[in-house]
Ligand binder design. Structure first.
Ligand SMILES: N[C@@H](CCC(=O)N[C@@H](CS)C(=O)NCC(=O)O)C(=O)O
Length: 203
């Protein structure tokens, strides 16, 4: 199999690189920047029509959207073994989708820091902060009762929510009221693969 991961580690591509590390995948990395004009060239748009990173090419199959890439790689390479990253039982799988969509819809818009833009300034700041804390409280409610979001172990559900709540984003928030989430984030980012990915790529 040939897997290519496109995107600079200073972008959401860090999510894909962490997943590749979790799964122990062999891959080629093309560290293209988010503002490189090649992202809008026909050749790259065939891989990801959104013209954004991360994107992958897996044996000629192109895919964009970081959280979809994580679901795909986890399902393809992490469904088996003693501690599967991808839950295959249909209800558990649906919960992994549920948490992924929760992260995309209810966290990503309010915790994003694209292009170094301040998120919590300007006319939307109060609304954004309220939405961010509401979503974190929703997460706290679950994590006060269980160690991981789905099943008994770390899964792609934890992965996708945690990678949206990266340290560079939670550092801009007052997390005092969200101790269950803070403790869970430490468990996620304390994983050997998370530490290895950060030390390899986030220098
Ligand atoms: N929802 C997408 C967002 C992708 C995205 O906006 N990526 C940024 C870098 S972090 C980018 O490539 N921006 C360039 C552009 O949109 O023109 C995902 O999660 O993959």
């Amino acid at each position: 199999m040939a897997l290519t991961i496109f995107g600079s580690p200073r972008s959401r591509t860090m999510r894909t690189l962490w997943m590749a590390e979790e799964l122990g995948l062999d891959y080629e990395h093309v560290p293209i920047a988010w503002d490189d004009p090649w992202l809008k060239a026909a050749e790259f748009l065939q891989i990801n029509p959104a013209g954004a990173v991360p994107a992958i090419d897996h044996d000629g199959f192109g895919l964009g959207e970081s959280l979809a890439i994580n679901l795909y790689l986890a399902k393809m390479f992490g469904s088996g073994g003693e501690a599967p990253l991808y839950p295959t039982e249909p209800k558990a799988e649906a919960q992994a989708w549920q948490w992924t969509l929760f992260a995309q819809a209810h966290l990503e818009p309010w915790v994003r820091r694209d292009g170094g833009q301040p998120v919590y300034e300007g006319p939307m700041s109060e609304f954004a902060l309220t939405e961010a804390h509401n979503a974190l409280t929703r997460l706290d409610t679950t994590l006060a009762q269980r160690e991981w979001l789905v099943g008994d172990g770390f899964s792609v559900a934890d992965f996708n929510v945690a990678c949206v709540l990266s340290p560079s984003r939670t550092n801009s928030l007052d997390m005092t009221a969200h101790q269950p989430t803070v403790a869970w984030l430490s468990r996620c980012y304390g994983r050997p693969a998370a530490i290895a990915a950060r030390s390899k790529f986030a220098g």
